[in-house]
Every structure is written in structure tokens, then in C-alpha cells.
Design a protein. Structure first.
Length: 147
């Protein structure tokens, strides 16, 4: 079994994998397969095969951006939003989590975020020190600000 797992990992390395849209399409495909048991129609079989091909093409795709856009559009249509273009299933942390890559940053009580008047970059400066001279590390502009 270990050799099979290693083979599967090598096969799927760099591929998009599974997401909410693929799981939905898989459910539709299974319903169509079950319907095909009772109704023997050529078009139903053809449509079922096309849905399954679509699932595999999306799963083995290397175009992450396009697949993520498709999944995000699907989630918007279904009324569910995801964080950063990925569903909570893929991130593993969930919506209410306070840790993980999709968590909101905590409020910093000791620093303030300012924008450089020249280049517009965000600068993090200490709070409550009065007037300070700030040098932007990006454009080297020096300016004085009361913090």
C-alpha cells in the first residue's frame, strides 16, 4: 500500500486537486449514474461521461489560478464565500479560526501603520512617542510625523 501512496503523491504533485466545485460535480455525476440504472438513454450516458471527464481535467490541471476562479464563482453562485479564494475545506482552519494563513491579523496596540507620502508604502512605527523623523526604507524620503 505504501508504494501506491507514493505513486499517487508523485502523480498529483503540482496539480490542482479537489475543491468544492469538483465535489459538487461528483455528486451530480453519481446522481446521473444512478438515474442511468433506471433510464437507459444515450444522452444521459454521454452527459455522465462528460461530467466525469470535466472532474478529472479540473483535478489534474496545473492552472491553479483558473481553477480557483472557477471554484470562487461557483461558491458565490451557491451563496457561500471563501477566504482568499480558497474554501475552508482546503485551508484546514475554517472560518472562525484564530490561526492559520487565512486568519485576520491581530490589532497591534504598540504600533501604528502610516503611509509614505512619496511612494505610498505602508510603514510600521511605534505609537505614543510624539514627533518622530521617519525614513522610508523603499524610497528613502525623510518626513516628520506626530504619532
Amino acid at each position: 500500500m505504501n508504494r501506491f501512496n507514493m505513486w499517487m503523491q508523485r502523480l498529483l504533485y503540482g496539480r490542482y486537486g479537489n475543491d468544492s466545485l469538483n465535489r459538487f460535480l461528483l455528486g451530480v455525476g453519481l446522481v446521473m449514474i444512478i438515474a442511468g440504472i433506471f433510464y437507459h438513454g444515450y444522452w444521459l450516458r454521454l452527459l455522465t461521461v462528460l461530467v466525469l471527464i470535466l472532474i478529472y481535467c479540473r483535478m489534474f490541471s496545473r492552472n491553479f489560478a483558473a481553477r480557483a476562479r472557477e471554484n470562487q464563482k461557483f461558491l458565490e453562485i451557491m451563496g457561500r464565500r471563501s477566504v482568499c479564494g480558497h474554501s475552508s475545506y482546503r485551508s484546514g482552519t475554517g472560518y472562525g479560526s484564530s490561526s492559520g494563513w487565512n486568519a485576520r491579523p491581530q490589532k497591534d496596540k504598540t504600533h501604528k501603520i502610516l503611509r509614505c507620502p512619496s511612494c505610498g508604502e505602508k510603514l510600521r512605527v511605534p505609537k505614543g512617542v510624539g514627533k518622530i523623523s521617519i525614513t522610508c526604507p523603499y524610497c528613502s524620503l525623510k518626513f516628520i510625523k506626530k504619532v
